[in-house]
Design a protein around this ligand. Structure first.
Ligand SMILES: [Mn+2]
Length: 382
């Protein structure tokens, strides 16, 4: 009986990650910087855990594994050792933070020892059993060159996956940061182009709606205000030409939270304190609390409590109350001024700020009161 030749789709599944920035100083968060640095390293284990849970044996790392090429050699060893314990293949491209230059981290012996790990040194196709990789290793810190321009994957039958590091066109950055066209997958014939450099998870759908270009984002958030970071990307491609299936999986251990509250009434800080109690896992949370609006004299003690809770309960906490202004109706601080022309001026300004029917006059008086309040505070410091 003649055998029936049937094309079996070759599904490829892999984890895409980037921008680990191991060795990042995190000096802006005081002693918490130590835990920030440790988390960046230890979250590698969480990534490998995701791979294990899902039976994934391919890990693609698209640049900036290290903060720079001068990081502590012990850190390079630690990363290499962790990756060598992965029971699958690992492909790494150097990024603009850790470019492939003489004396780079990629000359460390651990990369030779870790037989399952390939640091890619040339932009050449790498044929695997079920797919072909098109890697774009960086050899300099910046360039106007599109790192994917050499790729021509169209003629290949296997699923084609690109690895690149740079700035996807249209991102708000004028620096010569290895520009990658939004339609790079279409131009190059890739099924998926895994990119690194930006720390937030981001996808770029093509004309057919399929996403073939994505930033995985960094595995651990690097700073306040970073949107949707602390993930890896699990990618599944059913067959050549099929739309990739993407899943962004959270792996980051530390939460960087920015809370902004507008104080608009006396006692508003009570709800800020209550809100702090509701934040989960404060020991692994870095919190930046921004307070705007009016500060009433009766709330100043509460502000001290808020600062105390934030500094002691959280891994790191900072209260930014620079734009808080004393409530104009609140005259208790005026009463504390020395009797004489300064206090008289303050009282006149307060009367104008509260009672004046002229809006412009009111605004100027309020502004002058605020300046007086600040000057007074500054005088208290001496
Ligand atoms: Mn980069």
């Amino acid at each position: 009986m003649p055998s029936v030749v049937k094309t079996v789709p070759m599904t490829v599944r892999f984890i895409h990650t980037a921008d680990w920035q191991i060795g990042m100083k995190a000096s802006g968060v005081g002693p918490a910087g130590l835990q920030v640095r440790e988390a960046r390293l230890n979250t590698i284990d969480r990534i490998l855990g995701v791979a294990k849970e899902r039976g994934i044996n391919l890990l693609l790392i698209t640049g900036d594994v290290f903060e720079d090429n001068a990081v502590d050699r012990f850190l390079v060893r630690k990363v290499g050792d962790k990756l060598s314990r992965f029971p699958g293949r690992v492909y790494i491209i150097p990024g603009n933070h850790d470019p492939l230059v003489p004396g780079s981290v990629w000359e460390h012996a651990v990369w030779e020892e870790a037989s399952n790990v390939s640091v890619i040194r040339e932009p050449e196709p790498i044929e695997l059993d079920d797919c072909i990789l098109f890697p774009c290793p960086l050899k300099e810190k910046c360039s106007n060159r599109n790192p994917t321009s050499w790729i021509g994957a169209g003629e290949f039958e296997k699923i084609a996956i690109g690895l690149a590091h740079g700035n996807v066109e249209g991102l708000p950055d004028a620096a010569p940061d290895f520009p990658i066209p939004r339609d790079a997958p279409g131009r190059t014939g890739l099924d998926f182009l895994a990119v690194g450099h930006w720390h937030s998870f981001a996808t770029y759908p093509g004309a057919d709606g399929a996403v073939r270009l994505a930033y995985s984002g960094t595995h651990e958030t690097t700073k306040f205000g970073e949107r949707d970071s602390g993930n890896v990307l699990v990618v599944e491609i059913y067959e050549r030409g099929a739309a990739p299936k993407l899943e962004s999986v959270p792996v980051g251990r530390l939460q960087w939270k920015t809370e902004e509250t507008n104080l608009d009434r006396e006692g508003a800080l009570d709800s800020v304190l209550t809100g702090l109690n509701e934040i989960p896992s404060p020991e692994s949370t870095l919190l930046r609390l921004r307070l705007n609006g009016l500060l009433y004299a009766s709330d100043r003690a509460k502000l001290a409590s808020v600062e105390e809770v934030i500094s002691t309960r959280f891994l790191y906490g900072i209260v930014d109350g620079q734009s808080l202004v004393p409530a104009p109706e609140d005259d208790s601080w005026i009463e504390s001024l020395p009797v004489g022309p300064v206090r008289q001026t303050a009282e006149k300004l307060r009367a104008q700020a509260v009672d004046s029917s002229n809006e412009e006059e009111k605004a100027i008086a309020t502004q002058a009161l605020i300046m007086l309040f600040e000057l007074n505070g500054r005088m208290d410091e001496f």
